[in-house]
Design a protein around this ligand. Structure first.
Ligand code: NI
Length: 546
């Protein structure tokens, strides 16, 4: 009956003919009872679905706990501070979230005519505290700008603070709310909210308003007219169907999209939109209105993702999405956060490699890459299995450390081939990168193995035994975003300093990534080599340059 305007309907319902007509059309008076059929038998028709009603704005929970979220935190001289959290491991949600955060970081940088690039910071223990903060997305904008957990510094100019909070974790469905505030201590310039939902079972990921079907927009519009008792636009006694512009305006006016414990979707419509559809209706004072979309109509009104969230909430399902993974298996976007790759050559060693592994396993946001000698792999299989289980990367450093340019092709092939086989046989991890001994290479040798060539941007010269403090200092001083630090896990100075290096890098805001994380899991082609941070960044964006 929704096609009948409200005034006409009241006329119709006043007459018997009208009532019958309404019933025949599957009328909108939902409790109109059963239809009487010819034989006198009474059948219950399909009950009318519950109506969309007005309700209170959704209040997001502040007590959702999810194990294993990967906290991120950046400070930027472009005037941004941001916290966000990824789901554990390789989830479709993560790059979508990274892209959303990246857009806000870029747009803030553009206000200062700068580009956003990750930066290291002065050492601070505050930078060990990363990711979402409980309750932070519900603070006032001014509180967010002044909260020392969210805003470490102010340069007096307009700056941007982004904070986050998980607001849904039910079954395989997850939601994270971002709050993006711009301003300075005396003035709030803008205040945005984004909620990003995902179903980890399907990978479907969408912003809040995008869990509502396009086809449901006319239904929502009708519900607004009906609930607010507004006159619909009429022409020649017929309701004028909403234009595509009106529906598009409605879509962008939807915000604060959440789900209550019944599984109803709760959606607020901006007051600017209700003022447009109420134009000329003196009885209604336009304001933001909240619609409650009943769970029973989830598949009709919501996308498959929205319906999955509704079902999970209605059944009070506990979180059953992915659990915590090791640092080296976490999602990273090194265009948003400062990444650095710490690499250890010439091992493994049964005595010293486990000490390095201990230093990493007791610290978050840290994984390393081990460039192994095939001759040392044999007999140390358990050490390497542990390294893989703890998220570290194993890579190829030849069988017994010859200078490749002194060898013919067949000899190099034996060096890398036997080593890759030994590593993969011992651990099951696929080898993707190679570092030639001494960094010795040329155009010919680089094409004898199927991997990119990974050199280094920082050489700690730890093989000269300069002492632990010097090794640590060289690593910390030489680090830069997208840098690659060279050490050896067979030297006592290096092994003793492993924990101090991890701590020092973390306190500068770095995430310690594997080589594969540095390249976002996409190894550059054979023949390419890397000895500085810019080469790494260029390779990461090679597909965009074409
Ligand atoms: Ni070496």
């Amino acid at each position: 009956m929704k096609e009948f305007p409200r005034k006409s309907r009241s006329l119709l319902i006043g007459s018997t003919v009208g009532l019958i007509a309404a019933l025949a059309l599957g009328g909108c008076s939902s409790n109109s009872g059963s239809a009487i059929l010819g034989g006198g038998s009474v059948l219950n028709p399909t009950p009318e679905p519950p109506k969309i009603t007005l309700g209170d704005p959704h209040i997001y929970p502040t007590d959702i706990q999810v194990e294993g979220l990967t906290g991120q935190r950046i400070l930027s001289s472009t005037g941004s501070e941001a916290r966000w959290s990824y789901l554990p491991g390789d989830q479709a949600f993560n790059p979508v979230l990274a892209s959303l955060v990246g857009d806000y970081l870029s747009s803030q940088a553009q206000t200062r005519e700068m580009s956003y690039i990750p930066e290291a910071q002065e050492p601070s223990e505050a930078l060990l505290d990363r990711g979402c903060v409980s309750g932070s997305t519900s603070l006032s904008a001014q509180e967010i700008l002044e909260n020392p957990d969210l805003s470490l510094y102010s340069d007096g100019q307009i700056q941007q603070t982004i904070t986050c909070e998980p607001v849904l974790a039910s079954g395989t469905t997850f939601g994270e709310r971002l709050r993006i505030v711009r301003g300075n201590p005396t003035e709030v310039v803008s205040d945005w909210v984004e909620v990003l939902y995902t179903d980890t079972a399907t990978g479907e990921t969408a912003r809040g308003r995008d869990v509502i079907q396009e086809a449901a927009l006319p239904v929502l519009l009708d519900a607004l007219y009906e609930n607010l008792k507004l006159d619909q636009p009429m022409s020649g006694g017929q309701v004028v169907p909403p234009s595509s512009e009106t529906l598009a305006d409605l879509k962008v006016s939807l915000y604060n999209v959440g789900f209550n414990d019944r599984g109803d979707a709760v959606v607020t419509v901006d007051g600017a939109f209700t003022s447009v559809i109420a134009a000329g209706d003196q009885k209604y004072q336009p304001k933001a209105e909240t619609l409650v979309l009943p769970a029973e109509r989830a598949t009709e009104l919501l996308t498959p993702l929205g319906a999955a969230i509704s079902a999970a909430k209605a059944s009070s399902l506990p979180w059953s999405g992915p659990g915590a993974v090791a640092s080296g298996n976490e999602y990273v976007d090194c265009d948003l956060i400062p990444c650095v790759a710490v690499t250890y050559d010439d091992g493994p060693s049964a005595e010293s490699t486990p000490v390095v592994l201990d230093a990493y396993s007791s610290r978050p946001y840290a994984a390393a890459t081990f460039f192994l000698l095939g001759t040392n792999v044999l007999g140390n299989e358990q050490v390497l299995q542990r390294a893989v289980a703890e998220g570290h990367e194993l890579a190829n450093h030849s069988w017994n450390h010859p200078a490749f340019t002194t060898l013919d092709d067949a000899s190099i092939q034996a060096e890398w081939g036997d080593t890759t086989k030994a590593i993969e046989d011992a651990t099951g991890q696929t080898v993707k990168y190679l570092r030639p001994p001494y960094g010795d290479m040329d155009e010919r040798t680089r094409m004898t193995y199927p991997y990119p060539t990974i050199l280094w941007s920082v050489d700690t010269n730890d093989w000269q035994h300069p002492g632990t403090d010097v090794v640590v200092q060289r690593a910390l001083d030489g680090a830069e975003p997208d840098g690659i630090i060279l050490m050896h896990d067979i030297h006592p100075d290096t092994v003793a300093g492993a924990g101090a290096i991890v701590d020092g890098l973390l306190m500068r805001g770095y995430t310690l990534v594997t080589i594969d994380q540095l390249f976002t899991g996409n190894p550059p082609p054979q023949g390419q080599y890397f000895w500085d941070a810019q080469m790494v960044r260029d390779a990461r964006h090679a597909d965009e340059a074409q």
